[in-house]
Design a protein around this ligand. Structure first.
Ligand code: HEC
Length: 143
């Protein structure tokens, strides 16, 4: 059936398709989120950080706290799991990204498709309160 070399073109097409697919899987683009900025000095202000810590204790520790703070046993089994924000990356992660994640939670892609259980806080908290939480997350990471 196959003359010499006759089977190669379909093979080459398959190989090419495979490359494109693999490349697509490896180059996941970060999600797009709106640019915004906290008022100057806000995120470093100890009073705002303290207000953020209080909000965090009230709304977030069941999932994002340490065991001493009251982290629920379920939080480690969420898929994806709930981080406790002690990782150094949270010192430098764009504050507009953190704001957007708190505001929209699991309601946006790619987090919805991943099965996130992160609630959207936009409808429940003011803009100032969300910035206070961002300030606290920075502080948790030692930033
Ligand atoms: C019911 C559990 C739950 C509660 C309550 C919760 N979260 Fe989350 N949160 C998650 C999970 C699980 C993730 C990881 C999956 C994801 O990124 O959506 C997450 C992700 C996040 C992220 C994204 C971090 C990153 O690296 O992308 C931020 C920021 C965040 N939460 C902040 C908060 C804040 C602030 C509160 C309280 C106002 C809160 N969360 C309350 C479960 C929760």
């Amino acid at each position: 059936m196959c003359a010499r070399g006759g089977c190669n073109p379909p093979l080459r097409v398959t190989a090419l398709l495979l490359c494109v697919l693999l490349l697509g899987a490896c180059t996941e683009r970060p999600p797009a989120y709106p640019e915004r900025q906290a008022p100057r000095g806000f995120l470093e202000d100890p009073a705002q950080r303290a207000a953020g810590a209080a909000l965090f204790r009230r709304h977030c520790v069941a999932c994002h706290g340490t065991p001493a703070e009251g982290r629920s046993g379920r939080a480690d089994f969420f898929q994806p799991p709930a981080m406790d924000f002690s990782a150094a990356i949270y010192r430098s992660l764009d504050s507009a990204y953190l704001y957007w994640r708190i505001e929209t939670g699991k309601n946006v892609e790619p987090f919805a498709a991943r099965g996130s259980v992160m609630p959207a806080w936009g409808p429940h908290l003011s803009e100032e309160q969300i910035w206070q939480l961002v300030a606290h997350i920075r502080a948790r990471a030692g930033g």
